[in-house]
Ligand binder design. Structure first.
Ligand code: S3P
Length: 432
């Protein structure tokens, strides 16, 4: 449980420095999962030690996986293969992490034992039918609260057959849950999605030796796959970098170099959005780390203008809309966000939370069923806002506060530990 602390952030002078953001959350979850399911030892460097990923780590430890720390930033995971997990003796607590719960549902649906997944008050409200239904169509026996739609989920694993599933939502968690079930059983499982969602599962499974194919409308795996322990370097999280990209753009005379950030095209929508808004962001030193593209990002303060955002750009920036909205509030003109209904079922209803928080600071922002309309360029005032227990709302408010006319107090700010331990310290460090 987070400490219900609060933080006050004041208007900042120019931001300067070279910074590293913590490891990518999505990639860290997958590194723990696939290293555990691989045969032999994996060494993972740069893993995010946020609460979400620690939930995944504890889940595998509770199923008999041995994990040791080595040196300052390396975790050694002794994988036991697809059939090496043991039945957990207790509930698996996924905390606040939707990725843990949905991906574990797919993994555990194919394991020959009983398991129960639960989570915090927010996660227990989030829709799980989107993975339960297609997994049930593969023969999975999963029972959940609220007519099989919410956690806790009880899973009586085993007895699956492959499927071909057309997902109504572009969701990497849904896609991954099915691929992770399908990869453990005989036959070919195919998942189609309306727009390409993040492809970290496909990339990392390939990196661990699985035959898995990505194509324009989805992905296909033929199981059972054989995964072999590897060395994994986790890049910095572009979703965490996003807060500093927007901070660097909106605070005058700023220049920040964000080193070693993952720029996978299924995740880099935030760079496209901010560049389209007139932001100066350069990608330097492009390279590849463990199958993932990486770059250093140089951001300089810029005059931003409003744009229209929708379509395939939405899943490519799905976690960044809280901070995109902050950029829009400081941009000249109108920004319209469409096709973003998924924001309603994130850690909180983010359309409601963004409108409430930014609105309280004086922004002109109107909710839409599937997005928002923001008229930017008006000065934002100080005040007290709640994070609604959502890490990305807390950090977005901190970024906005760097340019408000008076201080902003952010209540329930401890939730930043979900994805970004050290956020507040880094925010102070770049203010010189
Ligand atoms: C994630 C997928 C996305 C994203 C979440 C992490 C993942 O969720 O919002 O923060 O690691 O697969 P959806 O699959 O629900 O879009």
């Amino acid at each position: 449980m987070h400490k219900f602390e609060s933080r006050t952030v004041e208007k900042s002078r120019a931001l300067r420095g070279e910074i590293m953001v913590p490891g990518d959350k999505s990639i860290s979850h997958r590194a723990i999962m696939f290293a555990s399911l691989a045969k032999g030892e994996s060494r993972v460097r740069g893993l995010l030690r946020g609460e979400d990923c620690l939930s995944t780590l504890k889940a595998f430890q509770s199923m008999g996986i041995e994990v040791v720390e080595s040196g300052t930033d390396e975790l050694i995971i002794q994988g036991r293969g697809l059939d090496g997990l043991q039945e957990p003796a207790d509930l698996i607590d996924c905390g606040n992490s939707g990725t843990t719960m949905r991906l574990m549902s797919g993994i555990l649906a194919a394991q020959p034992f009983f398991s129960v997944l639960t989570g915090d008050q927010y996660l227990r409200q989030r829709p799980m039918g989107r993975v339960i239904k297609p997994l049930a169509a593969m023969g999975a026996k999963i029972l959940g609260r609220a007519g099989n739609s919410k956690a806790p989920l009880a899973i009586d694993g085993g007895g699956l057959k492959p499927t071909e599933y057309r997902s109504p939502v572009a969701s990497a968690q849904v896609k991954s849950a099915l691929l992770l079930a399908g990869m453990q059983i005989e036959g070919t499982t195919i998942v189609y999605e309306p727009h390409l969602s993040r492809d970290h599962s496909e990339r990392m499974l390939r990196y661990f030796g699985a035959e898995i194919e990505s194509f324009a409308g989805g992905a296909r795996v033929t199981g059972p796959v054989s995964l072999t322990g590897r060395e994994v370097e986790v890049p910095g999280d572009i979703s965490s970098a996003a807060f500093f990209l927007v901070a660097g753009l909106i605070v005058p005379d700023s220049e920040l170099l964000l080193k070693n950030v993952g720029v996978n095209p299924t995740r880099s929508g935030i760079i496209d959005i901010l560049q389209q808004m007139g932001g100066s962001i350069e990608l330097l030193n492009r390279r590849e780390l463990s199958g993932e593209p990486v770059a250093d990002l140089l951001v300089k303060s810029s005059d931003l203008h409003g744009i229209e955002i929708g379509g395939e750009l939405v899943p490519r920036a799905i976690d960044e809309f809280p901070v995109v909205s902050v950029a829009a509030a400081f941009a000249d003109g109108v920004t319209t966000i469409r096709d973003a209904k998924e924001l309603r079922v994130k850690e909180t209803d983010r359309i409601a939370a963004i409108c409430a928080t930014l609105g309280k600071l004086g922004a002109r922002i109107e909710p839409r069923e599937e997005g928002m309309r923001i008229t930017g360029g008006l000065p934002l005032c100080g005040g007290t806002v709640s994070s609604y227990g959502d890490h990305r709302i807390a950090m977005s408010m901190a970024v906005a506060a760097l340019q408000t006319t008076a201080a902003v107090k952010i209540e329930d700010s401890g939730c930043t530990a979900t994805s970004f331990p050290g956020f507040w310290e880094l925010l102070i460090a770049i203010q010189g």
